[in-house]
Design a binder for this molecule. Structure first.
Ligand SMILES: O=C(O)CCC(=O)C(=O)O
Length: 277
């Protein structure tokens, strides 16, 4: 799926723009399943993210299949090697005419992972254009290392405290990742990115899959869980997670609840991770 140039560009620029990975029919089916199961938020007032939009691959069969999609994993393997775990997942759901946006940030700020080898695969289930608030990325920003972030309280920012990188960014230097349904883009965990409001009459839905090589570990004291999706795990840094045996079955709800509770516990013990992403 990725060319040699794409792989070189990922290492030099910190991202690969959208490339087709799912057929139109697959993207349509995934979009319908996503709206059916996650269109309505299951909101815990104490949390910013609706629980069904975090790690849905533990709750719903469609998401479990999507994180294991062979074409996506082939591209991830080309970027981070053959032994791959999925560590986290967020559904980025922007309603039509939504003011919601995401400020400039680095994913690494929120995860507490070392070394910095995590890649986010962003899967478009709808078109994602500038008008719809597509992801915008700053080339080569991953080479600056972990940067400090500051809070910016604003309910329309999709990160919990609107945490924004404490650095001026010239928007003119950034690149819009314009995507069609079924396209997947890839960004490095230190790449600075943001997204604007959805000014269109259509929803904009993308899912960020956080993949890590099995040697990457979590630096906090809480033992977290992850799912091996390709290769072997010779490190045992995470507890294995069960794949859902159906949609939101009792067992799936229990496994999902356990995984996200650990993630939230960890996020409270590491200052950066309090700002769950
Ligand atoms: O989908 C968006 O608008 C933001 C995505 C994002 O920040 C991410 O995938 O890390």
């Amino acid at each position: 799926m990725l060319t040699t140039k794409d792989i070189d560009d990922y290492h030099k620029q910190g991202f690969v723009p959208g490339r087709p990975h799912l057929s139109t029919d697959e993207a349509m089916a995934m979009r319908e399943a996503c709206i059916r199961t996650c269109g309505v938020e299951h909101k815990d007032p104490a949390r910013r993210q609706a629980s069904n939009r975090v790690k849905p691959y533990l709750l719903f069969r469609w998401a479990a299949d999507l994180v294991r999609h062979p074409a996506i994993l082939d591209s991830v393997e080309a970027l981070i090697g053959p032994n791959i775990q999925i560590f986290h997942t967020t559904i980025w759901f922007k309603e039509p005419k939504s003011e919601k946006s995401v400020p400039w940030h680095q994913d690494a700020t929120y995860f507490g992972l070392a070394p910095f080898e995590h890649v986010t695969a962003w899967v478009a289930l709808t078109p994602s254009t500038e008008e719809m608030g597509c992801v915008r990325i700053l080339p080569s920003s991953h080479e600056e290392g972990q940067l400090p972030h500051a809070d910016n309280i604003n309910p329309n920012l999709m990160l919990s405290r609107g945490q924004t990188v404490a650095r001026n960014i010239n928007n003119g230097d950034a690149v819009d990742l314009i995507m069609a349904p079924g396209d997947v883009s890839f960004h490095h965990t230190l790449a600075l990115h943001r997204s604007g409001p959805n000014t269109s009459n259509e929803p904009r839905i993308g899912i960020g899959f956080s993949y890590i090589p099995t040697h990457v570990r979590h630096i906090g004291e809480t033992r977290l869980s992850a799912t091996l999706v390709r290769g072997v795990d010779n490190f045992d840094h995470f507890d294995p997670e069960p794949a859902p045996d159906g949609d939101a079955t009792e067992a799936a709800i229990a496994a999902h609840g356990d995984s996200i509770a650990r993630f939230w516990r960890a996020s409270e013990s590491i200052p950066e991770m309090r700002l769950i992403h």
